[in-house]
Ligand binder design. Sequence first.
Ligand code: P5A
Length: 437
Amino acid sequence: MYLSKLFIPITKDLPAEAKIKSHQLMLRTGMIKQSSAGIYSWLPLGFKVMKKIEKIVREEQNLIGAQEMLMPTIQSSEIWKESGRYEDYGEEMLRMKDRQGREILYGPTNEELITDIFRTSIKSYKSLPQILYHIQWKFRDEIRPRFGVMRCREFFMKDAYSFDLSDEEAKNSYNKMFYSYIRTFNRLGLKAIPMAADTGPIGGDLSHEFVILAETGESQIYADKNILEIDLNQYKFNDSSLQKMRNDFSKIYAVTDEKYNEDEFNKKVKKDNQMITKGIEVGHIFYFGDKYSKPMNCSIDDKDGKKTSVKMGSYGIGVSRLVGAAIEANYNNNIMKWPKSISPFDVVIIPSISKNNKENLEKAKKIYQDLKNQNIDVLLDDVDENMSNKFKKHDLIGVPFQIIIGSKSEGNNYEFKELNSKSEILNLEKIKLKLKT
Ligand code: P5A
C-alpha cells in the first residue's frame, strides 16, 4: 500500500475525553472514529490490526479443537427469561421491540443462545465433549464507556462455550482453554497473567481473568512476581500436562481486587516479591456447571440412559479491546512499536523525496514490488514531506521495521532500522531474511 492512497485521517486535535495513550494514539493515527458514545467505526489501519488479532485468536481456538460458528447479534428475550437473566442483567442490556411487539435484545453475551442451540441438537453423551465458539459483536450499555476501545458499548468478542458430561471432564475443557489463552496472548506479544477472579453476572464458582500489566488498566491486581517467570514451553497439549499447568499457576498468588485479602497476601508472598499494580483484563474464563443447562432443560442421556444436565463453561477474549491493550503495552516515549504478529504492515519504506529528486522514490517503488512478490506486507511512504516529519509520523503508526532510502543508501545497500534500535546498512537479501524470521 502506498501511504498517499491509504485512508488514514491523522488527527491533531484530540478530544478532552481521550485520556489514555491508546485512545489518543488510535484517534491520532486514524485507526478508529467515534460514531457515538462508546461506539466506534474501525478505519482501515485499526481494522487491519484487529483482523490480525482475530486471526491469531481463531487459529489458537481451532488448535485445541474448538469449532467456529456464528450466532446472530440480536436475540429473543424468551431464552433469557428461561435462564432468569432477563431481569438480572439490568440496564446494561439493550432491549428493543420488533414490529410485532416481540421483545428482542442486542446480545451482551451468548450463554443462553448457545444452550438453546445445544439442547435441541445433542441428546447423548456420545457426542460430548464439544467446544463451540464465534467471534461476534456484542453490546453492553456501559454506564461510563471510556478509554476508547477499552471500555465501549459495542465491542468485538471471541466467546467460546464448552459442553461436558461430568464436572471432571468439564475441568479438562477449562484447562484446554486456559492453555489456549496463554498461547494466544503470547503470540500477540503480550504477557497475560491468569488471575483468580469473581464470576459476576456470568456466574459459577471457578473463574480466571487474563490480565496484562499496564498502569492505565482498570483492574487492581495483587500478585507474586514469580508468576511472570513460569516457563510456558514446558507444557504439552495432553490432559495431565494441562492440569499441571493450571496447578503451577494456581500455586502462585495472583488475584484481582475482588478476591484480594491483605493478610493472605502478606502471608503467602514475601515483601520483595509483592507486585501491586494495575492491569487490563483481556480475557475471562468461567466454569459454571449447570447454571444455564438446568433451568433451560439442556440435558443428555448419560452412559446408563439417565438424563443429566450438561456441564458448561464459557470463555471470552476482548478482540477489539486487545488493540488498545497492545498499544498500552507497547507505546513508550512517543514511539509506538507494534509486535510483529499484529503490526498493520511488516515494514515501511521511507524514501527521502524532494521536488527535483525522485530517484529515491523510484528505487523505493522497485523494492516495494520486490517485497510484495515475496508476500511481505509493505507500506511505501510516497508522500512529499521532509524526513523528520516522516519519522515522527512513523513513530506513531508503529510499523516495527523501516527501510530508509536517503544519503546512507548506496547501490543495493539500504539503511534498515528496527524501531527503538540503531539502524544498519544491509543489502536487500539480508533485509528480506530479517523480515521473514
Ligand atoms: C465469557 C464469554 C463473558 O462475557 N461470556 C461469554 C463470558 N465474559 S466477560 O468477562 O464479561 O467478557 C469477556 C471479555 O470481553 C472483553 N470486554 C469488553 N471489551 C470492550 N468493552 C467492553 N465494555 C467489554 N466488556 C468485556 C474483555 O476483554 C473481557 O475479558
